[in-house]
Design a protein around this ligand. Structure first.
Ligand code: ATP
Length: 289
């Protein structure tokens, strides 16, 4: 028996860090979007304990892999489902790029096991379960377009931004999320994203209005060499026809929004100078919605 599921990447269309909560975590206000860039997951139940294979030496194969963690958590909380097996992941979502690859894999495993083993959890319960694995997992369970607050786990669904096209780029460096949070704590930011304006644009399906409001506060505290690289890629995206460009999550991934699929494809041809992995994507809804 093999259970198949697709795990969609996410973008933070805008991201603000709004403060610190009593438990020490930072609070966020971010507009999130699931996109067509995806991993493919095959779960093959057998025996006990989980083994994950994705062919990348720097991604864990045991319980530290979020996909394995999700399978274990599902079994322990529902009392149904396999006690172990193999999870094969065709990994297309760049690792440590701010595209939520690990969270998305975990969410896909939760979705798949819930579907195959009698739906023990409804949507809120499945999101709550995801919260135990990571702050981005609840969003990745159902994806679409949403405003996330708290640690990122409090979700307000927004109208799905259909037919929105992107070029996504992954520079050849990663950023340290804890270091960026620490840098934000030391910095008084001069500009902050207009999240309310962004929400209004998304509610109105106004892609141009959304694109001009994209802003990620982590860009303000990147180490200088990374900041320069991100600025350069954003400028190339704008030259290639993007309506706006922004970093996703804590980086280093960068994306540009395009008016339609044709202009994104044409823009991709002009991204050769970016010297990094660039590809087109569009908004996507995970299965089950
Ligand atoms: P986010 O935007 O959610 O903060 P990210 O996209 O920057 O995350 P991931 O690609 O999810 O980062 O990887 C973060 C870390 O998680 C990596 O160091 C990786 O080894 C580990 N990890 C665990 N499980 C997975 C998985 N299934 N896929 C990718 N990375 C995983």
């Amino acid at each position: 028996m093999k259970i198949h599921e697709t795990a969609y990447a996410k973008l933070n269309l805008s991201l603000d860090v709004t403060g610190r909560m009593p438990d020490g975590y930072h609070s966020l206000s971010t507009v999130m979007q699931s996109i067509s860039l995806c991993d493919d997951i095959d779960i093959s139940p057998s025996g006990s304990g989980w083994f994950v294979e994705c062919g990348l030496p720097y991604v864990p194969t045991g319980p530290a892999n979020l996909a394995a963690g999700a399978a274990e958590l599902f079994r322990s909380r529902s009392g149904v489902g396999p006690e172990g097996g193999r999870i094969d992941i065709i990994k297309r979502i760049p690792v440590r790029g701010g595209f939520g690859g690990g969270s998305s894999d975990a969410a896909a495993v939760l979705r798949a096991l819930d579907r195959e083993y009698g739906r023990p959890f409804d949507r809120p319960a499945l999101e709550k379960l995801g919260e135990e694995l990571g702050s981005d997992v609840p969003f990745c369970v159902f994806g679409g377009t949403a405003h996330a607050t708290g640690r990122g786990e409090k979700l307000r669904p927004l109208p799905f931004l259909a037919d929105c096209h992107f070029i996504i780029c992954r520079p050849d460096f990663s950023c340290s999320t804890p270091e960026l949070f620490a840098a934000l704590d030391r910095t008084k930011l001069r500009i902050r994203p207009d999240i309310q304006g962004m929400l209004a644009a998304v509610e109105a399906g106004d892609i141009q209005g959304m694109a001009v409001r994209m802003f990620n506060v982590f860009e303000e505290v990147l180490p200088r060499r990374h900041a320069e690289a991100v600025r350069r890629i954003k400028a190339l995206l704008i030259d290639a026809g993007a309506l706006g460009a922004c970093m996703t999550g804590s980086g280093s991934g960068v994306f540009g929004v395009f008016a339609d699929g044709k202009s994104a494809e044409e823009g991709l041809g002009r991204m050769r100078d970016a010297d990094c992995d660039c590809r087109t994507a569009h908004t996507a809804l995970p299965p089950g919605l």
